[in-house]
Design a protein around this ligand. Structure first.
Ligand code: ADP
Ligand code: MG
Length: 341
């Protein structure tokens, strides 16, 4: 049987100490880490950006198909994706935990293995958090801090008409991964002897379980000397993110179906589930790619980055945010949360 240590046997401070062991510092910016009343960061003339993500078991994740290690990595990635969307470099992470007695010390350590992996992948420091009990289930909150030179900070609001709209990676995969995992869960609940059939869905499943914050692209843009005019990360689907950029910038947008990047596996799985791959890209969430705009004069430089696709451009007609279909039909971009367009 697997070892199970009750949290009560270590106590809150013992647990924190155990979780903090094995985390090493990656950041010269970190001046105070775990163990004091608050953490410290030397900003040295940079702007500090901060963000928080809160995830609740049964609402944002399902532990029947989400390994705790992946969950730890994912919640860190999600928070860091918001730091990337400001064109900032990530520096520090704090983790808040609400734990019911269902969770053993070993289970929490699994979660922290994933957080540690994220700290190594993104070269950031875990500098603190809070630990408390929860009546049921797991609650996890991650706050992240990043740094950016003042003239490189990118907000949602800087896009101008004729700027090129770009996206990183491909879209719709995370939703198809979620659909696949949910279906396997139902199959398992109906017949626990069934083996999961996820082999051919590895890419989309990993898009759901282990998203990456795209600092590789932030780095490429910096190398090329390009500062996007506006940027957002893609957590709710492409339509929603474009509408956010347009609203904040006071522009319209025209994007083209034929340019929207969708992976072959996403296509196949979407077809299997009778979901339109285009709908998965436009309205599926959790891909954590970046959507940004650049001045036309930067287009040649940015087209050197292999994992960036130009999908359209901003316009000077704020009420016109549209998708040009392959059939040349033009449809309005809509997203839940925005009401009637
Ligand atoms: P306080 O009573 O001031 O809230 P705590 O005893 O909760 O302090 O925390 C002690 C130290 O451990 C602090 O540096 C805090 O940031 C850190 N810490 C607490 N919980 C966690 C956690 N889940 N992960 C990482 N660090 C934690
Ligand atoms: Mg505390």
């Amino acid at each position: 049987m697997e070892k199970r240590t009750e949290i009560g046997s270590l106590g809150e401070f013992g647990l924190i100490q155990r979780l903090a062991e094995g985390f090493t510092s990656h950041q010269p910016w970190t001046s105070i880490g775990i163990g004091d009343d608050a953490a410290g960061l030397e900003a040295n003339g940079f702007k500090v950006v901060s963000t928080t993500e809160l995830m609740i078991e049964g609402v944002h994740f399902d532990l029947s198909y989400t390994p705790l290690k992946h969950l730890g990595f994912k919640v860190a990635s999600i928070a860091l994706s918001d730091i990337a969307a400001m064109n900032a470099i990530p520096a520090q992470l704090s983790v808040g935990l609400g734990l019911s007695n269902r969770f053993s010390v070993e289970a929490v350590e699994e979660l922290y293995e994933g957080i540690k992996l994220a700290c190594e992948e993104y070269k950031i420091d875990l500098v603190g958090g809070d630990t408390t009990s929860s009546p049921q289930g797991l609650i996890i909150s991650v706050s992240a801090l990043g740094l950016v030179a003042e003239d490189q900070l990118v907000k949602r609001s800087g896009a101008k008409p004729n700027d090129v709209i770009c996206v990183t990676g491909d879209l719709g995969g995370a939703l198809m991964g979620l659909q696949s995992l949910e279906r396997e869960k139902q199959v398992y609940l109906a017949n626990p002897d069934m083996q999961p059939e996820l082999n051919e869905k590895n890419y989309v499943v990993m898009r759901q379980l282990k998203p990456m914050a795209r600092f590789d692209i932030i780095h490429d843009l910096k190398e090329l000397g390009v500062v996007p005019t506006s940027m957002i990360d893609c957590s709710d689907g492409l339509s929603s993110e474009i509408l956010h950029l347009c609203n904040a910038s006071g522009t319209g947008a025209r994007i083209f179906e034929k340019n929207i990047p969708i992976d072959d596996e996403t296509y196949l799985v979407a077809t299997e589930f009778s979901i339109s791959p285009l709908t998965a890209a436009l309205n599926g969430g959790e891909d954590y790619e970046l959507v940004f705009t650049i001045a036309q004069s930067d287009f040649d430089k940015v087209s050197k980055i292999t994992d960036v696709t130009a999908i359209g451009y901003m316009t000077d007609i704020p009420k016109e945010r549209v998708l040009v279909m392959k059939s040349e039909q033009i449809v309005a971009l809509t997203a839940p949360g925005f009401g009637p367009q």
